[in-house]
Design a protein. Structure first.
Length: 181
């Protein structure tokens, strides 16, 4: 290779050319503006204020600060994208990857209404069984063990240790009565 024929990567671009990073930069700025504007309406005001000093921060201050930082990074990415010379590797992804993503999103979309109808443990076990089988697991004993232990452990952690609500249904209620959960 002749070193005189090689070009400097910064010399290859004589003008500003948009690429997928430019589009993401603009998208980040738009999302940050929308978030910044809707955050105050999404955060409930406290019903009781115990101490009222002039130095209190509004509840929406930190989320709006994060949204503003997101916007600043979007502006930075927008201007930086014109000097980035890289190939859009998303175009190189095969259709099997898109199929895997679509099936996973579909399973999550089915999981949500299933969660309210049959409870967390059963719906979680069904989604785990479906996705593990779809992605190639053929060890059904291992699938059964994971289907039982993972949803039960998550249900226990969230309801007992973290004191949050997950929708129970027959098996959840039975396990709770038997002091298993």
């Amino acid at each position: 290779m002749d070193p005189h024929n090689e070009t400097n990567p910064t010399d290859r671009r004589s003008s500003w050319v948009m690429n997928f990073n430019t589009i993401f930069g603009v998208g980040f700025v738009v999302v940050s503006i929308v978030l910044f504007l809707i955050i105050p309406d999404q955060i409930a005001k406290p019903k009781i204020v115990f101490a009222n000093s002039g130095n209190d921060l509004d509840a929406s201050f930190f989320p709006q600060l994060v949204a503003g930082g997101f916007g600043i990074l979007g502006v930075w990415l927008f201007f930086r994208s014109f000097s980035i010379d890289e190939v859009n590797e998303v175009r190189l992804i095969d259709w099997e990857a898109f199929t895997n993503i679509a099936v996973t999103l579909l399973a999550m979309a089915v999981f949500i209404p299933l969660l309210t109808r049959v409870g967390f443990v059963i719906s979680g076990a069904l989604v785990i069984a479906f996705l593990s089988t779809f992605f190639g697991n053929r060890n059904y004993l291992l699938t059964a063990v994971v289907n039982i232990t993972v949803p039960v452990a998550i249900f226990y952690i969230f309801t007992k240790l973290l004191a949050t609500y997950l929708p129970p249904f027959p098996i959840d209620t039975i396990l709770t009565r038997l002091f298993i959960l």
